[in-house]
Design a binder for this molecule. Structure first.
Ligand SMILES: *[C@@H]1O[C@H](CO)[C@@H](O)[C@H](O)[C@H]1NC(C)=O
Ligand SMILES: *[C@@H]1O[C@H](CO)[C@@H](O)[C@H](O)[C@H]1NC(C)=O
Length: 332
């Protein structure tokens, strides 16, 4: 067994432990009812693995999903409930095709990348908004979910519909994520996030920045509130309408009970974590197949973190057949 496999094995054990502690409340044989609000695309891969496994262990797991999606679907050990949305499969297919085209253009400038990011956001935003409205403003569906008396809600907060729903149903929210655009997770958890040391999205800097890079990093960090507004502004409005008072996605996220972070400090820069944050990087190894040959040593030797990440991640992504649509759209 290679080093990578041992590492993955160890992490998956930690993950299983983390999930169990969160749900079994130490009583052996205790089973609960879990509501899962997934995010489409690659984000679903990890949530699906956890939903299946908790269902297999005897918990009642219900995944609520839009009737049209890229890769959401039924599983062996969980039940599903679908709801109608105003967009068609055609829209999603077009998006997938366009993102594939964008990914083929490798060396693009910083400005162009931002530009593409914003363009893609338009589609994503429409889907975010209309999916959220379809669920949250369907009184019958809300009443049905309330009657189920779930014990907790598991969701990927990059699409904060689940977080808003958990708040409305007064359920403890368990977030599972790789990170959030515009650093919203850092703000919501209250973790220190100094711009001198933590590189921002798009910059491709490492934790060792020159003075010039730090200045650019500072400027980029000043754009974050704008990006948050663009991304989640419409969901701020939806949440405010639902609750009949002014609120924001950030405020709602702050109430999260548990943050399961889909990384570890091999991949991410070491940083302080809050006590309700658990590193579960091993989940990415839940699908056990032999890895393709990856020249990790050469990549690490180059000393460039981003290079390492790109080299190390791409074959793995291909391998697990994760479409990395969202990896680029929401670079997390
Ligand atoms: C998808 O793309 C096709 C071909 O470019 C176009 O005819 C169609 O209107 C698009 N559908 C949507 C919903 O955007
Ligand atoms: C939950 O949603 C209902 C609308 O279905 C709304 O009347 C209620 O105020 C919301 N409650 C909270 C706490 O957001």
């Amino acid at each position: 067994m290679g080093l990578i496999q041992i590492f993955c094995l160890e992490l998956s054990l930690i993950l299983t432990g983390a999930v169990l502690h969160a749900t079994e409340i130490r009583q052996t044989g205790w089973t609960g009812k879990l509501l899962v609000i997934p995010m489409d695309g690659s984000h679903w891969t990890g949530l699906k693995a956890v939903s299946e496994d908790l269902g297999r262990r005897g918990h009642e797991v219900m995944v609520v999903m839009p009737e049209v999606s890229m890769r959401l679907g039924p599983g062996k050990h969980y039940t599903t409930k679908t709801f109608a949305v105003p967009y068609s499969q055609d829209l999603l297919d077009n998006m997938t095709r366009r993102h594939g085209e964008i990914l083929k253009m490798s060396k693009v400038s910083f400005i162009k990348r931002i530009n593409m990011f914003l363009e893609n956001m338009k589609d994503i935003l429409y889907i975010f908004t209309s999916t959220s409205e379809s669920l949250l403003f369907d009184p019958e569906l809300l009443a049905f979910l309330r009657e189920q008396n779930f014990d907790a809600l598991l969701t990927d907060p990059a699409f904060p519909l689940g977080a808003i729903l958990a708040h409305n149903l007064s359920l403890p929210a368990v977030y599972m994520l790789r990170g959030m655009p515009c650093g919203l997770d850092t703000k919501a958890t209250g973790c220190p996030d100094p711009v001198s040391y933590i590189p921002r999205f798009f910059t491709r800097y490492t934790d060792r920045m020159s003075f010039g890079q730090r200045v650019v990093n500072l400027l980029v960090s000043m754009l974050e509130p704008l990006m948050c507004k663009l991304l989640y502004g419409s969901l701020d409005d939806i949440a405010s309408r639902l609750m009949h008072r002014d609120t924001t996605v950030l405020d709602i996220l702050k109430g999260g009970a548990l943050w399961l972070m889909r990384y570890d400090f091999m991949l991410e820069f070491p940083k302080p974590l809050m006590p309700n944050m658990v590193l579960i990087g091993g989940i990415n190894c839940a699908v056990k197949n032999p890895l393709p040959k990856v020249s990790l040593s050469a990549a690490v030797g180059s000393g460039k973190f981003t290079k390492y990440r790109a080299l190390a991640m791409k074959p793995m992504m291909d391998h697990f057949k994760i479409n990395y649509l969202h990896l680029h759209v929401l670079p997390i």
